[in-house]
Ligand binder design. Sequence first.
Ligand code: COA
Ligand code: ZN
Length: 461
Amino acid sequence: MIVELLDTTIREGEQTANVSFTVDQKVEIVQLLDEFGVEFIELGHPAVSPDVRDAVDRISKLDIKANKLIHGRALPADIDDAVKYNVPWMGMFFGTSPLSLEHKFQIDQEEALKRIRDAVSYAKDKDLKVRFTAEDATRTDFGFLTDVFGVAEEAGADRFSIPDTVGTMSPGTIREFVTKICEVINIPLHVHCHNDYGLAAANTLAGMEAGALLGDVTINGLGERSGIAALAEVAIALKMLYKVENDWKLELLPKISRVVERASGVFNSENRPVVGMYAFTHKAGLHTRAVLKDPRTYEAFPPEVVDRNRHITIDKYSGHDAVRARLQDMNIQTTDEQLDEILTKIKSKPQKRRFSDIDLIEVADDVLDIDLRARVPLGVEAIIQMGLSSALYTTRITRRLMGFSQVKEVYEITGDYDVVVHVVANSIGDLNDFIEELRVSEGVEQTATHIILKGYEKDTD
Ligand code: COA
Ligand code: ZN
């Protein structure tokens, strides 16, 4: 199976409510996407605004492997832009559904065909490669859609794109739709699936199964309303489930996702596949017991595929094996009796939403009767509790923290502190620098740091 991806984070993704990237952010996103290996990158629609124009101008000059495509209407002015920025591909869209013809253009089918023919011919005369998008294709009368594609192909279109503009397809209906379209066209087909019913990734894959060569995606599934299919979800499924062979660098997916979370201000849910904080975290005792023996028992694919680590949370759902493993992770050894006692204490603690490493260390300190913090760590893991001057800062600080590469987890708590952050630093010096940076953040009133033991050298006592 040969497949391609077109990433449109900096065009469709920027159409997400309240999202606007700076030109520098777009450049960073494009470079990461190129390193990942997407085959096409949509640069933007220059007519939108001067800053989109600046971004298109900058990115059009970048030396990248991906094919560059400029988005625009079936109008000479937009086509001229693609020529002006010297980009090989024009992604030309034109609404073809009855709703588009009536409300957007107030024209009949005959006139639409004429406009499409003229625009594609105009672009071909300028030596552009044309991907013609029949906007709202999935709600377009099928007979008319074949006329549209016939006219566009005759005028020289190189590829077609069928957007499921309002996300009303299901995997079954899009499979049938794409199959029928592939029978009447002679050029490669793309699918662009919106997520209004939460089916974007499934529909994209179903469309590709049925013969579409390429799927449109955005990082974190950004886009109008509920967005479109997410790069990470589509890419991992294509590689792991469909066994697509290519050089996509899956290990970059979490990093790319984080960069876009920070740049967009739109953050993923914890349980989002692949990139969500909990995607590789196991909890129930029976699961963790099995996972510790062989992770395949409860993992669809290993976290290492995307350069992430497996986690096991400890709380009342835990069993002996999980607690022993977590303690061993922190270089804390116990006898069986001590472990029993620790587990009993964990299960009988007043239940709270999150039982953290600090809580575990406290229980272990208590049972083992030693001060576990008095060791010399090489690499440092730390839990930093932060008190904020007002709850108004919580979301902002949490989001900011998630942008730091040292930060493994951030969560909100109630009680004396408001936010807890789990940090991995290379040295105490690094950690101190990080804490200093936190301390001076607006809204941070106090911090308390607990160093946990990772790669310790020797006991000090
Ligand atoms: N192909 C050709 N012409 C199209 C078209 C298309 N796909 N879509 C719209 N048009 C035409 C309309 O018919 C209308 O023409 P008219 O002026 O002759 O009536 C014109 O484009 C749009 O009209 P209007 O909404 O008044 O334009 P505007 O100048 O206020 O704004 C944009 C145009 C493109 C700058 C503005 O809508 C914008 O910034 N859009 C963001 C990009 C966007 O909407 N993308 C959709 C992605 S799928
Ligand atoms: Zn779209």
